[in-house]
Each structure stands twice: as structure tokens, then as C-alpha cells.
Ligand binder design. Structure first.
Ligand code: PLP
Length: 228
């Protein structure tokens, strides 16, 4: 599917929900995609991109960004504390702020570098044991902690459990964001971004629907296991 078609579907979903399409940002998720596809998206005017791995993004984006104004990079994958500094240096937004140790590391890097990416608190709305994200029951306290560390918290992010109806997860995330006075909602992927927009998503993260299937991740790309 082309970028244009995705933009049209986003616009239609926003209008159907009585929302201004300009309030929905399309994050084109370019992780593991060949550069030729990413360059095609850049040439079609796309400027906001999502990456999952700090090292992969460090390798490819300096060159891709060169000579192109307005490129915005969002980290949407899990972030190890020992890569917090590199993430603050490279990214304009981080969607995977999900634990106190990481919040502390990010806060220190923000102070050191004088640069503060917008942050989204990732909530594990399905309370899945293997999944990243702060449990919903701890979200309010965690958001307060992040604010006390002067992190610029812009909103909340979730990845609903696979194979489940995403709707209750989007609703739960929206409730958590609203009661904490947060406007940003990073939710919705290729399979469910229209549902997410109906529930108030401000940022949809769409990969394969734009770029096609991703090649499998190679071992050499793998970041070492979390060091927390
Ligand atoms: C890979 C990824 C996406 C994009 O997924 P698609 O199904 O290809 O649209 C969105 N969000 C996160 C957190 C991802 O890791």
C-alpha cells in the first residue's frame, strides 16, 4: 500500500471521528527496511519516522537525514538504560519510557546534553508478563515520577496484546492519559490504526502497511540483552 493511501485512510478515519486530521501524526516505522524504501518515503514528503533499535538508527539516519530538512525520529522500541544517552542524542521523541531506572538515566542525559526528546510513557495495558511497559496500576505514580525528574512527558503509548481486540486497550490508555492531563496518545499500527484514531490516537505507528514486509532481524543488529 502506498504512503498516499495510508494518509488518505488516516484522514478519513479522523473525519469519521469528528477529528481534525492534522491532529494525527503518521510515524512511518522504518525499522529493518531497506534504505531504498525509506528514501522513497522521504521523497514522497514523509518526515516522521519510527525506529526500534538505537544502533540501527545510529547507523542509517545521519546519512538519510543529510540535506533533508524537518526529519523527525521517534524511538518506539524498548530502550536499555545503557543506551539512554545515545537515544537522547539521536531521537526527537521516545515512546518506550517504562520504568524508574530508565527515567532516571534519561533525566541525567537530558541534563548533560541540554536536549530533551518528547517522552511517551509506555503502558502494558494487557498486563502481559513478557511485555515492556509500566503496569496500568502503576502508571499514575510513574508519570508523576517522570514529571518530578523534569522529563517532558507528552503522552502515553501502548501495544495491545497480539490476537486480542485492541479497542479496550486503546480506551484504557486514553483514560490513563486523560486523568494525568496528557494529550498525546501513541497507539495504532498497520492492522488497527483506524480504530486507534477513532479512540483518540495522536500518533499512529505504521510500518508494514507502508513499506511492505520487513526482512527478518539479523543477529548482528541485535542489541545485547537488557542490563538493568
Ligand atoms: C514494528 C512496530 C510497529 C509497526 O508495526 P507494523 O505492524 O509493521 O505497522 C509499531 N509499533 C511498534 C512499537 C513496533 O515495534
Amino acid at each position: 500500500m502506498s504512503l498516499d493511501e495510508i494518509r488518505q485512510r488516516i484522514e478519513a478515519a479522523a473525519r469519521a471521528a469528528g477529528r481534525d486530521p492534522a491532529d494525527v501524526t503518521l510515524i512511518a516505522v522504518s525499522k529493518l527496511q531497506p534504505n531504498t524504501r525509506v528514501i522513497a518515503a522521504l521523497e514522497a514528503g514523509q518526515r516522521v519516522f519510527g525506529e526500534n533499535y538505537v544502533q540501527e538508527a545510529q547507523r542509517k539516519w545521519p546519512a538519510l537525514r543529510e540535506g533533508r530538512a524537518g526529519v523527525e525520529l521517534h524511538l518506539i522500541g524498548p530502550l536499555q538504560s545503557n543506551k539512554a544517552r545515545a537515544a537522547v542524542e539521536l531521537f526527537d521523541a521516545i515512546h518506550s519510557l517504562d520504568r524508574p531506572s530508565l527515567a532516571q538515566r534519561l533525566a541525567r542525559s537530558v541534563q548533560d546534553l541540554g536536549r530533551a526528546p518528547r517522552m511517551f510513557v509506555q503502558v502494558n495495558t494487557g498486563d502481559e508478563p513478557q511485555k515492556a511497559g509500566i503496569p496500568p496500576a502503576e502508571a499514575d505514580g510513574f508519570i508523576a515520577l517522570c514529571r518530578s525528574l523534569d522529563l517532558p512527558v507528552a503522552g502515553c503509548m501502548c501495544i495491545p496484546p497480539e490476537g486480542e481486540d485492541p479497542l479496550p486497550h486503546f480506551r484504557l490508555l486514553r483514560m490513563i492519559a486523560e486523568r494525568n492531563g496528557l494529550n498525546g496518545l501513541s497507539m495504532g499500527m498497520s492492522a488497527d490504526f483506524e480504530t486507534a484514531i477513532a479512540e483518540g490516537a495522536t500518533h499512529v505507528r505504521v510500518g508494514s502497511a507502508i513499506f511492505g514486509e520487513r526482512p527478518k532481524r539479523q543477529a548482528e543488529d541485535a542489541d545485547p540483552a537488557s542490563s538493568d
